[in-house]
Design a protein around this ligand. Sequence first.
Ligand code: DX5
Ligand code: ZN
Length: 225
Amino acid sequence: MNIELAPSILSANFAQLGADAQQAIDGGGTILHLDVMDGHFVPNLTIGPPVVRSLRKQLNVPFDCHLMIENPDLFIPEFAEAGANWISVHEEACVHLDRTLHLIASNGCKPGVVINPATPVETLTEVLDLVHHVLVMSVNPGFGGQEFIRNSLNKIAALARMRTERRLEFRIEVDGGVDLGTVADIVKAGAELLVAGNAVFGHGDIRANASKLLEVARAATLARA
Ligand code: DX5
Ligand code: ZN
């Protein structure tokens, strides 16, 4: 299992977004996580395709666009064109989830599905063979810097079991409250793609924060059963 860090720019300084993101990559981040919010599906607003397009010109890592929006089908082609590599949509926002996941793939991106803390993993049974990654929200989406919801560990472990039982290959990503205090348990539960905003960008040296978080995460893999 390949542990990777996906710094979430939500907690970066937007006046120097490219430079902040580059520091997180220099610290070991191998995927850039971009949170897209519409003020409807979640009570906050963030970025759209122009920001993705601008960052694309500066950075070479895969862009993981997490769409916290209603009617994502309307925007998927534009995010793909702007430079997204992975696009994930919320199960709760998609009436025709199968269709939406195929739309992401047909636009040349890796499809992912996201579930909120109150959504059971069983709701994904019929799409697990379609997705590149499952994103388990470990906070209620909308804001950075919230406390990790510990029941997410059970959901990660359940997904890892389902993956083994069905011999599937989707990757397990976790988003929300990932920090030095929670990351070891998260990795031991079976997650391998670690999204972190506040822990990377929220204080001090971005590069050192990313590097330390990855170090602690990788050390935890040695303790994993
Ligand atoms: C929350 C976003 C997260 C957020 C995580 O809705 O999806 O990606 O940036 O922030 P932290 O790591 O600060 O909990
Ligand atoms: Zn996110």
